[in-house]
Design a protein around this ligand. Structure first.
Ligand SMILES: NC(=O)c1ccc[n+]([C@@H]2O[C@H](COP(=O)([O-])OP(=O)(O)OC[C@H]3O[C@@H](n4cnc5c(N)ncnc54)[C@H](OP(=O)(O)O)[C@@H]3O)[C@@H](O)[C@H]2O)c1
Length: 310
């Protein structure tokens, strides 16, 4: 079977092998033929951290080749989106049945593959805000993989959404994906204050954002692209206690599929539209990893397996 594997002797430390063992699904796992996968920024770090011979890949969409032996989950022939811990940058992968969600016919494999890790993170981050109606929400990294989903979900829930982007060239895109206001800096008192902050950047950005929290407000931190945040008691507003909530998308594990299904439903209904900044054939995975590393991707980067490969 073909699939990507880390190899220190290969350019970029990763190669497309053609001699990988076929997946051996457990009783509660489906065998899925992968048609598309997306790459998460966190996978850039995993590729460096994992031992040689590791097989990456978390977000996938494809067709069930064989249903789970225990009868759980979607049956053979059904188009699905799924999330795994590794090994889906390959022709086929075993997917736990509770982490595979059936797709409506009009949702493409490319759109579906963009959803799992970034989308589940966004669903869970937005939910931490509980009631969204009329609330002021700040999303940092607004046109990033997680940010674009978070903005759309918050807007769909009735929030007033402000997106923080790196420059004015991102403004139109942020507005198209749910922002009511777009800013390039938090150093502006006319911005006002926020009930909920969703942040994947950390560093000074998170500290500046916390300065703009309403008393009793909540800041969710799910990433540290800008390094650790210098943050202490006096950065928070006086008054009812604020919350700073760390979020790891994988927990709780057992409801990850349910949260993915929420997003799949919103995409099928047209309320959420994935921002696909780069879609390429899976043979270009190394180039797409470079593009992600060099911050040349907006929204999600998706790789497809089609034509002779599929
Ligand atoms: N906790 C979890 O479970 C979880 C899940 C998913 C992601 N994450 C983490 O969350 C972070 C964001 O993930 P993602 O997939 O959304 O990444 P992404 O697609 O690369 O998006 C990041 C966004 O933040 C902007 N940005 C990057 N560095 C910045 C900086 N130093 N200052 C200001 N803006 C900056 C980027 O702007 P440009 O467009 O200019 O690059 C982009 O819009 C990453 O650290 C990732 O590892 C964590």
């Amino acid at each position: 079977m073909k699939g990507y594997i880390t190899d220190p002797a290969a350019p970029g430390g990763l190669r497309l092998a053609d001699d990988l063992p076929e997946p051996k699904p457990a009783a509660n796992e489906l065998l899925v033929e992968v048609r598309a996968y997306s790459i998460n920024r966190g996978e850039l770090f995993l590729l460096k951290m994992r031992p040689d011979g590791w097989r990456p890949g978390q977000d996938l969409a494809g067709v069930v080749v064989r249903g789970a032996a225990d009868g759980s989950g979607p049956a053979a022939g059904i188009r699905v989106v799924g999330v795994v811990d590794w090994e889906c940058w390959a022709e086929r992968v075993a997917v736990p049945s509770h982490l595979a969600v059936p797709l409506a016919d009009h949702v493409s494999f490319e759109e579906a593959a963009s959803l799992p890790v970034a989308g589940i993170t966004a669903v869970r981050a937005v939910r931490i805000g509980e009631s969204l109606l009329g609330r002021r929400i700040l999303v940092t990294g607004a046109t990033g993989g997680v940010g674009q989903f978070a903005m759309q979900l918050a807007a769909a829930g009735g929030a007033n959404v402000t997106g923080l982007v790196v420059g004015p060239e991102r403004e139109a895109e942020a507005r198209a994906y749910g922002a009511h206001h777009v800013v390039t800096s938090l150093d502006d008192d006319s911005l006002g204050t926020f009930d909920l902050i969703l942040d994947g950047i950390g560093g000074q950005v998170l500290t500046d954002a916390v300065h703009r929290l309403n008393p009793g407000g909540t800041a969710v931190t799910y990433g540290t692209l800008g390094g650790p945040a210098p943050l202490g008691l006096l950065d928070f507003p006086r008054g009812p206690s604020c919350k700073l909530v760390p979020l790891f998308h994988g927990y709780p594990e057992e409801t990850r599929g349910e949260d993915l299904a929420v997003l799949v439903g919103l995409v099928a209904g047209g309320q959420v539209k994935p921002l696909l900044g780069l879609v390429r054939d899976w043979k270009d995975t190394l180039e797409v990893l470079d593009a992600l590393r060099e911050r040349r991707v907006r929204g999600k980067a998706v790789l497809t397996r089609s034509g002779a490969d599929a």
